[in-house]
Design a protein around this ligand. Structure first.
Ligand SMILES: C[S@@+](CC[C@H](N)C(=O)[O-])C[C@H]1O[C@@H](n2cnc3c(N)ncnc32)[C@H](O)[C@@H]1O
Length: 210
């Protein structure tokens, strides 16, 4: 109902969602409302340089690219070359290919290459393998401008994050990252739980201090 009443998902984004299904990719992109929120957050924060970890078919990436506008740039890190290929085609179809760079490889291998660049990032979206969330958070802090926003997806794991089983590496990865966020002197963080098309879900939003 919200998507219909608020006209949240246009034909371009609907086609991205379809492209993932057609390519046999898992339906694990953000919801339409979450995608729109990412776009709005990028816009209201005045973000110009976005770093995303976890591209899939590029649904969230296109929202972020729209949020930063024509003069903004989004770098997105993706492990699977097939996902990257589908995403690149979607970026072209969405008319935002010029503002997006896809970097293929395991993020923990490609993030160090970004540290060697002069540019820093004012917006992060972390949405890949949850086991590495704490490491991704540390990298975001290393690559962030003061005042940068860090958004991390899927922080509830359907409630498993409350008391993760020892062998539940995803829930444990999320829990460890949240504890790191809470203890970190440079971060102020809010954790938002959501109920919607993705079930019981949620995301964290943090601001990086100087
Ligand atoms: C949840 S999906 C991303 C969804 C996307 N952010 C969206 O909302 O449209 C996670 C993606 O992260 C990728 N991924 C998993 N492990 C990774 C790693 N170690 N490095 C980079 N990407 C990884 C997966 O291949 C998958 O495409």
């Amino acid at each position: 109902m919200f998507n219909r009443v608020l006209h949240t998902e246009d034909s371009v984004l609907a086609a991205v969602r379809e492209s993932a299904i057609t390519a046999g990719m898992p339906a694990i992109e953000v919801s339409a409302q979450h995608g729109k929120l990412l776009s709005l957050l990028a816009t209201v924060s005045g973000a110009t340089r976005v770093l995303e970890i976890g591209t899939l078919a590029g649904y969230s990436t296109i929202n972020l690219a729209r949020g930063v506008g024509e003069s903004g740039r989004v770098s997105t890190l993706e492990y699977d070359p097939r996902h990257a290929e589908v995403a690149r085609a979607n970026f072209a179809a969405a008319g935002v290919v010029d503002r997006i760079e896809v970097i293929v490889g395991a993020a923990l291998d490609t993030l160090p290459t970004l540290a060697g660049r002069a540019e820093r990032y004012d917006f992060f979206f972390i949405d890949a393998d949850k086991e590495n969330n704490s490491a991704y958070l540390e990298w975001a802090l290393r690559l962030a401008t003061p005042g940068a926003l860090i958004v991390v997806d899927n922080i509830t794991r359907m409630g498993r994050v409350l008391d993760p089983a020892p062998d539940d590496l995803q829930a444990r990865g999320v829990r460890d990252m949240l504890e790191l966020m809470g203890a970190h002197p440079r971060l102020q963080t809010a954790a938002i739980q959501t109920v919607g098309t993705k079930g019981w879900d949620g995301f964290a939003v943090a601001v990086v201090g100087s």
